[in-house]
Design a binder for this molecule. Sequence first.
Ligand code: 5AD
Ligand code: SF4
Length: 456
Amino acid sequence: MTFFFHPVKSLFLQKKNLKVYIETYGCQMNVADSELIASLLKEKGYSLSEGYEDADLILVNTCSIRENAEQRVRGRLKLFGSLKRKNPDLVVGVVGCMAQRLKDQLILEEKSVSLVVGPDQYRQLPELIESARNGQAVVQAILSSSETYDDIVPVRYDGNGISAFVSIMRGCQNMCSYCIVPYVRGGERSRDPESILSEIQTLKDENYKEVTLIGQNVDSYIFHGQETLNFHALLEKVALRFPDMWIRFSTNHPKDLNDHLLEVMSRFPNICKSIHLPVQSGSTTVLERMKRGYTRDWYLDRIQAIRRILPECTISTDVMVGFSGETDEEHLDTLSLMEAVSYDFAFMFKYSERSGTWASRHMKDDVPEKSKVERLNQVIALQGKVSERVKKEDIGKVFDVLVEGVSKRSTQQYFGRTSGNKVVVFPKGNVNKGDFTRVLITSCTSATLIGEIYEQ
Ligand code: 5AD
Ligand code: SF4
């Protein structure tokens, strides 16, 4: 999943002069959930505006995946507490994964907070907000086995008008030993394909050009309706129905990634050729302790399958260093795997023990912080070299690019992304935001490809 380490741009909602501000942390699922919350509140008569200093209600949509994600939010809650001292009527609410994990503990520990709502209880938000405004402390954090918010059309308040996330499933039940997600997001539920298709149709009608189908583990998508639909069948349906849109998806699980999916990807030019396949570790013994359900060899076999069936496909990953008991040799296995795969991109993390997980109950968080930092620095340095090498190989190639907007560095340049999810910057020429164009790559920086529109 993509992570937003900076709060995603915020939002005001107004109802009878009531202004609500939402700040979003964590993964794409949280971004999508904030769009649902915006829709639910708008439907109840609130209207949207921007800025937060004069808010009557602040909602922080939170992430629990690592301790530092929670610390960050706690820092923000302190800041919002100082606003509350000036304006005692201000209501501060925590929603999302921290709300689900900590429940009433948040009310006790964070003086500013009087509203705590977990990810499966957003339908009740309007009433819960009213109770909090009437001075009650409100905690609602019950997980559901069926909630998918099918009927709610998200309000894309912070998008670029071109590309949108569409949630296809919620929850996760892989139970990786380090991971808090199953506890804060509940079990897997897949969304009705008809509601997915109708949400994409709405986006298409609004001139969106790209959708990313999101879920904690999209390979587990399964919907039992008149026909039973698995993920690659859903993807095929979406690609067929929307031939003019680019279709992306995230996140895949190495244990479930099958050749059928890769074959569907190869048949449709509008399915983007990019796969995010979190490896976590290159060591089979660490993977076993993590309960990931695959070995190093299995993972490398899946990489070979991608290279064989989709030679142009980019591959990105998540890597975690310093998991319980990780030895120097096991760490070296991660480095050698990263070198062998040559990822286009990687998110890299230090293991952070999460209370309640299998690892926290059965294993020691025994890799010293100093070693975790050293190992993290090593994987970051290696990935830096690999990314640079891989980018240089693109010089001289021509890519289809979806133009997303004006480059931050120069108003004379656009930026966009290739099917493989690589960012490209190029002089504007005769194209517009939202167009598909072809770009010849002429050089690169460490993070970006640089090119020019390719005229044949
Ligand atoms: N500590 C550190 N990183 C974690 N991740 C998940 N749980 C933890 C944890 N306890 C990372 C994994 C996952 C990504 C979303 O976050 O790499 O793929
Ligand atoms: Fe997303 Fe997991 Fe963080 Fe929740 S804990 S926001 S599901 S990454």
